[in-house]
Write a protein that binds this ligand. Structure first.
Ligand code: ASP
Length: 321
């Protein structure tokens, strides 16, 4: 047994062409071993393919749990490299950073924009880079892509084509000083309906917002607001719809459209109103980190104000307090 487990979850790095477009292939392991041999590097890892291999566009809370379970079931390894699709890698990496926060392991997500098997692929350099990052014993969950090692729960996919596909615009954030919540209940697809994201755009109506807030099973609404956390507060019907949802027990958390700088709900009157109706600031959390965190907290049974308060506190370095 080696000290590193490579977990292939699916995604472009291991895909091949088919009549339906790119689909996951089953020969990735031997391709990776050839890459290392060609670069005179040791293939010092064991390989595990998840079933089914997926395009990460199809991943959600249940698949994040499957990743965390796989890591925990193979706890003898010191480090894990997860080959994952890029589309939702930032969400999965954030989820695993919470679910595996209590493990003293190195977990590194990577993938590729172009399949390893195709000419011009970035798969080999990302894979080798992730292995080298592992050699430096980076603890916790990170994402290696396009020559950058990023904190997993501070990332976003920022390009659908560039090899530098990910960024962590706020930089790393400190780990919490005290251990976060005890995570004992698994995530499942049954909770997919528990979170909605309200994307504020110029001209959004109260009716549109209210219809999102009425979805059955909803526990948390992430408000994706303008700038420092502003909404079109001159429209009283919008403010009332949010206030009503809060009164009905929904947790409301404010996240900025801006990838850098975060929320300051006191700066403008159009944000300050949110303080008055019980909307919690999500600080400088990225949407990806907030969505994954919401699912983890909801699975632990949190709801209402308790959920909103936990969302606003630092669980695994996703938020600068
Ligand atoms: N759609 C693919 C996926 O996320 C994209 C990729 O892997 O880069 O699985």
């Amino acid at each position: 047994m080696h000290q590193t487990l490579l977990i292939y979850a699916g995604g472009t790095i291991g895909m091949q062409k088919s009549a339906q477009g790119l689909v996951p292939s089953t020969v990735l392991e031997s391709d990776l071993r050839h890459v290392l041999a060609a670069n005179e590097l040791m293939a010092d890892f064991d390989f595990l393919s998840l079933q089914p291999l997926i395009d990460s566009a199809n991943a959600g809370p249940a698949e994040w749990q499957q990743l965390a379970d796989t890591i925990k079931q193979h706890s003898a390894y010191r480090s894990y490299i997860i080959l994952h699709g890029t589309d939702t890698m930032a969400y999965a990496a954030a989820a695993v950073s919470y679910l595996c926060a209590d493990l003293n392991k190195s977990i590194i997500f990577t993938g590729a924009q172009i399949p390893l098997a195709l000419p011009g692929s970035d798969g080999a350099s990302n894979f080798i880079g992730a292995l080298k990052a592992r050699d430096h014993h980076v603890q916790g969950t990170s994402l290696y892509f396009g020559d950058q090692l990023l904190q997993a729960n501070r990332c976003a996919k920022v390009s659908s084509t560039d090899f530098k596909a990910f960024a962590a615009p706020g930089g790393p954030a400190p780990l919490p000083t005290k251990p976060g919540l005890l995570i004992s209940h698994p995530l499942s697809s049954a909770q997919n309906t528990a979170i909605t994201v309200i994307y504020f755009y110029p001209g959004i109506s109260a009716a549109t917002i209210a219809s999102q807030l009425k979805a059955p099973g909803l526990k948390l609404a992430l408000l994706l607001s303008f700038g420092a956390g502003n909404i079109p507060a001159a429209d009283q019907t919008i403010v009332s719809a949010l206030k009503q949802a809060g009164n009905d027990g929904l947790a409301l958390v404010n996240i900025s459209h801006c990838r850098h700088g975060g929320i300051d709900q006191s700066r403008y009157a159009s944000g300050r109103v949110l303080n008055e109706i019980g909307v919690h600031s999500g600080g400088d959390m990225q949407l990806e980190a907030a969505l994954a965190k919401g699912h983890v907290l909801i699975a632990q049974g949190l709801a209402g104000t308790e959920l909103a308060t936990a969302m606003a506190s630092n669980l695994a370095g996703e938020l600068s307090e």
